[in-house]
Design a protein. Structure first.
Length: 391
């Protein structure tokens, strides 16, 4: 245990700390690794309150709320974790992305929000997609039976038992078979294994256009939305084209987020090396090509290409089954919920400018996610498949 943190915490609670100690306390507080200790310290504070000792409940609420909302003259960052969330009736365990939203049991106003009835139970996204073949015919993949679902120009398309789409080329034919497109709706996701062995995980509201057979000097696909690629290693370059950029690789693991309603196109490298170039119409006299190394993310915004180090866990959280937001605003959080749960989002009034640290499983129903966000002072109303946000 960090005895210095405990000492400063107690002095802060007792309202006897100096200005220097207060600054030191909040500096220590913002370190994520202190989550468990701070939970223990606040547990002790509330235990004394509930026994009628020490601080009054009103005073304790005021002090602890101030701790949670402290922001060092920067936008407020709400750090939501799963501290005692079992009180809400959810049977799951997850790892916190930040610090302690304190117990619902101790905050009567939050408890009332928690008990509010969400009449609509909208499930999380599942394996749903449509495959469009070169001849224009379409196959609803979530309704198709497992096994061979199509044959075109000497190759077979198979749906596996676990819901993957797999292409297999016949030994006797390598003829061109035109382009196929797999499209996920809002509320859907899918995995496809391309003819060259490349594996692609497609997020909700996304599409991937690709040749049914890779011939020639390149393996080129077109992406709209978000996908994670594990590219089969071959001498022929693998190219991913989006509206604003093109990514070239030989064999590597990377993620591209290129939704049309996002201001940035993001490419994150996990393994190997990729070259990111601005699309021809976006190219400027400034730098328009960058080579990424693992742990880096390129962003294209306002016709400019930039590269920075990035949190790989956050970038790939969607594929690993989580929503993860590191200092993200409510508008962007709602964009992800809209795609994942197939809902429209409407804000009543100006959206909150607070930033959130949050990690939650994507398998939760929408109502459970909203209960978690409601503990942070945000109110919701569901009408059909429209979510009304009152912040």
């Amino acid at each position: 245990m960090n005895t210095r943190l405990a000492y400063l915490y107690q002095r802060y609670i007792d309202e006897i700390c100096t200005a220097e100690e207060r600054e030191e306390f909040f500096s220590l507080l913002m370190a994520d690794q202190k989550t468990e200790q701070m939970n223990d310290l606040m547990d002790h504070t509330w235990a004394t309150v509930e026994k009628g000792k020490g601080l009054s409940e009103e005073k304790a609420n005021h002090i602890l709320d101030h701790i949670l909302s402290h922001h060092h003259h920067q936008p407020v960052v709400r750090k939501i974790s799963w501290y005692r969330y079992a009180a809400a009736g959810l049977a799951f365990v997850t790892v916190s992305a930040g610090l302690y939203l304190y117990s619902l049991n101790h905050h009567s106003d939050l408890k009332k929000q928690q008990d509010a009835v969400y009449v609509s139970s909208i499930p999380a996204a599942s394996n749903k997609a449509t495959l469009t073949l070169a001849n224009g015919s379409t196959i609803n993949l979530d309704k198709a039976s497992k096994g061979e679902i199509a044959e075109q120009s000497g190759l077979t398309v198979t749906k596996t038992g676990d819901g993957k789409l797999v292409y297999e080329i016949s030994k006797t034919s390598v003829a061109a078979a035109g382009f196929n497109t797999i499209t996920t709706p809002r509320g859907g996701l899918y995995q496809v294994n391309l003819p060259d062995g490349t594996m692609v995980w497609l997020n909700a509201a996304s599409s991937l256009k690709y040749p049914a057979v890779f011939n020639g000097q390149e393996r080129k696909v077109e992406l709209s939305g978000e996908a994670y690629f594990e590219v089969a290693k071959k001498k022929i370059p693998f190219l991913v084209k989006t509206a604003l950029q093109e990514v070239a690789v030989l064999g590597t693991h990377f993620n591209i987020n290129a939704y049309a309603d996002e201001v940035k196109t993001k490419t994150t490298l996990f393994e190997g090396s990729v070259r990111v170039s601005l699309a021809e119409k976006q190219a400027l006299k400034s730098v328009n090509t960058q080579v990424l190394v693992p742990g880096q993310q390129s962003t294209v915004e306002n016709n400019r290409l930039n590269v920075n180090a990035v949190d790989l866990d956050e970038a790939l959280a969607w594929k690993n089954g989580y929503f993860q937001f590191n200092e993200e605003n409510l508008v962007n959080i709602m964009k992800q919920l809209s795609r994942w749960y197939d809902i429209d989002v409407v804000f009543e009034g100006k959206p909150s400018q607070e930033l959130f640290l949050l990690k939650i499983p994507r398998r939760l129903a929408l109502s459970d996610v909203l209960k978690i966000l409601a503990t942070n002072g945000i109110n919701f109303k569901i009408e059909g498949r429209t979510l009304i946000v009152k912040s």
